[in-house]
Ligand binder design. Structure first.
Ligand SMILES: [Zn+2]
Length: 508
């Protein structure tokens, strides 16, 4: 969800305007707005939502602009109406509905009115006023000032979608000034500081020349809506993650404030944890000798995603893996994030496996030597003769059809089809695929599988006959082991602590 919040905030991030000064219209506190000082003479103003103060409207009227005011929730105007016309009407988004639409209200403008101005409060259903407005109707305005409410809800999917539609509908306009209403709170939304109520000034893009913002907000033209408290610093705006136009304010004593740094990556926190877990698994697999050259691959579905997964980059050995080097791929073979490509067989096997087996959130493929050795001999790879092996009783299958390198989707489909309820596939003449719901669970299995296979190969190498555990005891032990759901997570946590001390760069 974080990237959706960032997307909305980026649509609110202001640009600077070359060569046009700003002016403040209205009083010093709530109800005053900063605009560009390029208003067409006598351009009419449409002002929706009248607060306790109408200083903006009176100021506009005093400057010779006819002002049309709209509010159906008040009994009378809070002030005299010199130069203003009040309509006791609200605004809606359904043509012919109980509340007139923006286009219907615009019929009230004087004939031939050019470059009108719009002031709008956007709260609740008013978000839809923007997203349902005909772009040609919106584009008649030259400047728009909007007070957006409830931005602290941007992580709520339905609200986020509604807000994005509205903000995108303003595409012909650029935000050129922002101010947080300090009657409302700041909120931490998906780790990003968000002002719940924001005043944003827009100008139609064809009227001005825009530059990346180098402005710290608030500016000297701003003043707190609530006079009894400091104005809200919006110093974090130039630091939006992923912004390529990030510009540091020249003098901003808020720069020492912590928390939001420029990062090229836009990851929710749980995705970053997943990256670290997978990178740690790759590094530990290398230490334990489970890897082979640069040929093996680990993948993990993104949190909450049904079609995107992380996978290690082709060309990097497991020992070189870092959290940020892992690629995000989709099922169609696209690399959505990261530099480089996955290995071709990695894509064909892992994408198909994740797609056809949703429970396999994580899939680890290696040619680890002892398990691979047992995939090369006749019969069932594991005999149930050692305690570590019993962890896998009833959880393994053999895919007997080795077909050379997996360079099309059929290989992954066949492996997935062979799995049934199993978590682990011995790939005949090839290696193993270990799947699990979490990186911790899959890596724990990968590790113990190789240990079990190692012990069995050593036992077999004596040439003496193996003594299998009696079936009931084997089954009982396997059940006991399956009940222990916490140890895999503790195992990975312990491995990560070791890497934190000895090769902390895995988590970068
Ligand atoms: Zn392989």
């Amino acid at each position: 969800m974080r990237h959706k919040v960032v997307e909305a905030l980026r649509l609110l991030a202001p640009s600077d305007v070359a060569g046009v000064p700003k002016i403040r219209i209205g009083g010093p506190h709530d109800g005053g707005y900063v605009m560009l000082d390029c208003l067409r003479a006598r351009a009419p103003v449409m002002s929706f939502g009248i607060g306790p103060s109408m200083t903006f409207d009176l100021d506009m009227a005093g400057r010779g602009h006819p002002v049309l005011m709209f509010d159906h929730t008040i009994e009378r105007l809070p002030d005299s109406d010199d130069g203003c016309t009040w309509f006791r009407e609200g605004i809606g988004h359904v043509p012919g509905g109980a509340l007139p639409t923006l286009a219907e209200h615009m019929a009230k403008l004087p004939d031939g009115a050019k470059d009108p101005l719009l002031k709008l409060d956007v709260e609740g259903a008013e978000w839809d006023v923007l997203s349902h407005a005909d772009p040609a109707v919106l584009a008649r305005f030259s400047q728009i000032v909007i007070e957006f409410h409830d931005l602290a809800q941007l992580a709520e999917p339905a609200f986020n979608a509604r807000a994005l539609r509205a903000l995108q509908a303003l595409g012909a306009f650029a935000p050129i000034h922002v101010h947080a209403n300090n009657f409302a709170d700041l909120a931490l939304v998906e780790g990003l500081m968000v002002a719940d109520v924001m005043e944003v000034t827009y100008v139609r893009r064809d009227l001005v020349s825009l530059r990346p913002s180098a402005t710290s907000y608030p500016t000297p033209l701003d003043s707190p809506c609530f006079a009894g408290a400091e104005d809200t610093l919006l110093w974090f705006f130039p630091f939006l993650p992923g912004s390529t136009e990030a510009t540091l304010p020249a003098d901003d004593n808020a720069l020492s404030a912590p928390a939001i740094r420029h990062r090229p990556r836009i990851d929710p926190p749980d995705l970053w944890e997943l990256r670290c877990d997978l990178a740690a698994s790759l590094r530990m697999a290398a230490r334990m000798g489970l890897h082979e050259g640069i040929c093996n691959h680990f993948s993990a579905m993104l949190p909450g995603s049904a079609n995107q997964f992380l996978v290690n980059r082709y060309g990097l050995a497991f020992a070189e893996a870092t959290a940020s080097s892992l690629l995000i791929c989709d099922f169609d073979g696209n690399v959505l994030h990261g530099e480089g490509e996955p290995e071709a067989t990695a894509f064909f096997i892992h994408a198909r496996l994740h797609k056809s087996l949703p429970r396999a959130r994580v899939a680890l493929h290696t040619h680890m030597p002892y398990a691979t050795a047992l995939a090369m001999v006749e019969g069932e790879p594991l005999v149930w003769a050692g305690q570590s092996a019993l962890k896998f009783l009833g959880r393994t299958v053999v895919d007997p059809d080795y077909n050379g390198l997996a360079l099309d989707e059929a290989e992954g489909d066949r492996i997935a089809a062979s799995m049934g309820d199993a978590d682990i596939v011995f790939l005949r003449n090839h290696g193993v695929m270990v799947t699990g719901r979490t990186v911790a669970a899959a890596f724990d299995d990968l590790y113990y599988l190789e240990r079990a296979c190692e012990a069995q190969v050593l036992a077999m190498s004596t040439g003496r006959k193996l003594c299998p555990v009696p079936p009931e005891i084997a089954q009982h032990t396997a059940t006991q082991m399956r009940g222990d759901t916490g140890s895999a997570a503790l195992h990975l946590a312990s491995l990560r602590r070791r890497l934190d001390r000895e090769e902390p760069e895995y988590a970068r």
